[in-house]
Write a protein that binds this ligand. Structure first.
Ligand code: ATR
Length: 269
């Protein structure tokens, strides 16, 4: 029996078992995917000894993404660039780490708005945490020419921008109204909604053709997306990114490239 798990502390909130459990059943695979809580003080030894754990691989969630990346013998390109991993597997007994958040983000856009990349010269991202960095990395790799990063704490936006020399311009949140008018893709990567606060966005000033997405998927239609939709803009919810980031891990562990479709969305929502 092939066994994989999602690791983190805490980990009980994770929706990954729902996703992988759905695919295991759909593809009739004799495998198991479970929750594995790893206390902070045990993280280095857990990932360091992963080859002997009995798992073929794992997902990694907060706060272990950096420790897991550092414990790997081989880091794939995105994990190497970002220094954080969300997906692990074994190759010839060696731990390999990847970060699939960025490609999950791009795949989600591709699925909902296939022509988005031809239409995107300028991307505007609000929020400068870990999720934002993975998305910026993917946009840079995807060849988006202008990336503008706005953050409540402007200094943090500048720090992130410095990690992508010549690719990202940093602003404070007060620049939102002025920067919005030239954005083809607008991304909310803040946790403002989760914290019960809302970003105030003057959507009337956005391009009519702008595509708007939110990395938060609870609720699916966030106030950010609802505001954009009321202004007639195209919106992409954050659930697709969660589902698509899971694809490479499942394929590595269980040998089938799974499909993200409406049936999967329905069970995860
Ligand atoms: P993650 O790793 O999920 O991206 P994070 O590192 O905690 O989470 O980052 C949260 C982001 O949401 C930050 O950019 C934060 O802004 P600050 O850097 O100024 O803290 C942003 N954020 C959180 N609450 C916010 C709010 N009420 N208004 C605007 N931005 C907010």
């Amino acid at each position: 029996m092939l066994r994989a798990c999602v690791t983190g502390w805490p980990v009980s909130h994770s929706r990954s078992p729902l996703i992988h459990g759905f695919w295991l059943k759909r593809y009739n695979i004799e495998g198991d995917y479970s929750l594995r809580a790893v206390p902070v003080q045990e993280a280095a030894s857990f990932y360091g000894g992963f080859a002997a754990s009995g798992y073929v691989g794992a997902n990694v969630t907060v706060p272990h993404k950096e420790v897991a990346c550092a414990a790997a013998s081989i880091c794939c390109a995105a994990a190497e660039r970002l220094g954080v991993a969300n997906t692990l597997w074994l190759e010839d007994g060696l731990l390999v780490a990847d970060n699939t958040d960025g490609i999950g983000f791009l795949a989600s856009l591709d699925q909902v708005v296939p022509a988005w990349s031809e239409k995107t010269e300028c991307a505007l991202i609000v929020g400068a945490g870990g999720a934002s960095r993975a998305v910026i990395d993917a946009l840079v790799q995807g060849g988006v020419e202008r990336i503008e990063l706005l953050n409540r704490t402007e200094a943090r936006a500048r720090e992130v921008a410095e990690r992508f020399p010549g690719k990202v311009r940093a602003f404070g949140l007060d620049a939102l109204a002025s920067r919005l008018s030239s954005a083809d893709l607008v991304i909310n990567a803040t946790s403002a909604g989760l914290a019960g606060a809302e970003l105030s966005v003057p959507w009337d000033g956005a391009k009519d053709s702008a595509i708007v997405t939110d990395l938060t998927y609870v609720p699916l239609q966030t106030p950010f997306l609802r505001g954009a939709a009321s202004a007639g803009l195209t919106t992409v919810d954050g659930l697709g990114m969660l589902l698509h980031q899971a694809v490479p891990g499942f394929e590595r562990w269980f040998g089938v490239r799974p499909v993200v479709d409406a049936a999967l969305r329905d069970i995860v929502v």
